[in-house]
Write a protein that binds this ligand. Structure first.
Ligand code: SAM
Length: 339
């Protein structure tokens, strides 16, 4: 068994734990923005984990990390004792590792300390350089190995990123738009819908197409649209980068050119005025969007919506089955699942 942990958007820990369990992992402790698990056999499927921001091999846990600057000496010493060669061996089974081994360090801590995260990074980098002869790079994008440290109270957790780049950074996302969604959050909406591979899926306000692409990657037939032509172009371009086929058109989602009960599932992050300009007042827009989504959804179909105005989401017959508050863009929007 190999110990791993995933990092998530705050609020999505349980959703990510569900996806990890579905991939055959034995989920253990679930903490703040973190899910720990044990993996058996080939770790490659973990690099396809869609709802995690990133996934790490668990390398070590340290205790008695103090709040004063002397802790930096302790961290340097402990970093020098890490068994990074085993982590490197695991990573090299999953991806090519450049022989000129550049490593980066990411450090976070909770609570007040007399040292900064930059000082933690430098302490770890010095310890690792001295013990391995590898070269520290402050630029994570050129590093082949990322060492990640979290300090909470006086405990520290050390991990090594499994992939070459963070999981949340999808290479398809080349066209950005205001309010465009972080891919793991898009994937979480679909995970909550239990979107199955043959579903006819709709995102009526698709922006740059993140949710549509994540749905198409799960095998769904993904259809969507946006009020603006440049959004449609961005969604189609991103879909092409992702190698998936999307049906996207310019439309007003208050009056969809779709038949009654013609889609199996809907997910969207609805426009809210702090992100994108909206047409008219929010209450009227939401009432019209909800009525139209309910009309095109088949009986027993489900809808997952992300918005910071959950009170404005109201359907005639669908009821809210689940509500999750998350942290995103410095705000606290809510995912609601309706069915
Ligand atoms: C929060 S953004 C969606 C972002 C998208 N999920 C992504 O990842 O890029 C909301 C989108 O709704 C679109 N929109 C606003 N009013 C609309 C309407 N009446 N019909 C269709 N789309 C609309 C906006 O143009 C914007 O692209």
């Amino acid at each position: 068994m190999t110990g791993v942990f995933a990092l998530t958007v705050r609020g999505l820990e349980a959703v990510c734990a569900g996806e990890m369990a579905r991939l055959g992992l034995t989920v253990g402790e679930i903490g703040y923005r973190r899910v720990h698990a044990q993996a058996k056999g080939d770790l490659r499927p973990l690099l396809a984990l869609s709802t995690a921001d990133d996934i790490f091999l668990e390398v070590s846990r340290w205790s008695a990390i103090g709040h004063t600057k002397t802790a930096l000496d302790t961290l340097r010493e402990l970093a020098g004792q890490l068994d990074l060669y085993s982590a490197l061996a695991v990573c090299s089974q999953l991806r090519p590792i450049d022989r000129r081994l550049l490593f980066s360090v990411t450090a976070n801590f909770v609570g007040k300390r007399n040292y900064s995260s930059d000082e933690i990074k430098m302490a770890l980098a010095a310890g690792i350089e001295a013990s391995t002869g590898w070269t520290y790079s402050p630029d994570d994008s050129v590093a082949v190995l990322n060492v990640r440290l979290f300090i909470e109270h006086d405990e520290a957790l050390v991990g090594v990123r499994l992939g070459a780049t963070p999981l949340h950074r999808r290479s398809y996302k080349q066209e950005q738009r205001p309010g465009s969604l972080k891919p793991p959050v898009a994937a979480a909406l679909l995970e909550l819908l239990h979107l199955d591979g043959n579903a006819a899926f709709l995102d009526p306000c698709c922006g740059a197409g993140t949710i549509l692409i994540e749905a198409a990657r799960r095998g769904a037939t993904a259809q969507g649209g946006d009020l603006y032509l440049d959004a449609v172009a961005s969604a189609l371009a991103n879909g092409e980068h992702a190698g998936v086929t999307l049906a996207v058109e310019q439309w007003d989602a208050r009056s969809l050119p779709l038949g009654n009960g013609s889609v199996d599932a809907i997910a969207s992050n609805l426009p809210w005025d702090r992100q994108v300009a909206i047409d008219g007042d929010e209450a009227t827009l939401y009432a019209e969007l909800c009525a139209e989504m309910e009309r095109v959804l088949r009986p027993a179909g489900r809808i997952a919506l992300l918005t910071n105005q959950p009170d404005l989401v109201q359907f005639e017959r669908l009821v809210c089955r689940e509500q999750i508050e998350i942290s995103l863009f410095g705000q606290r929007p809510t995912i609601g699942v309706y069915g």
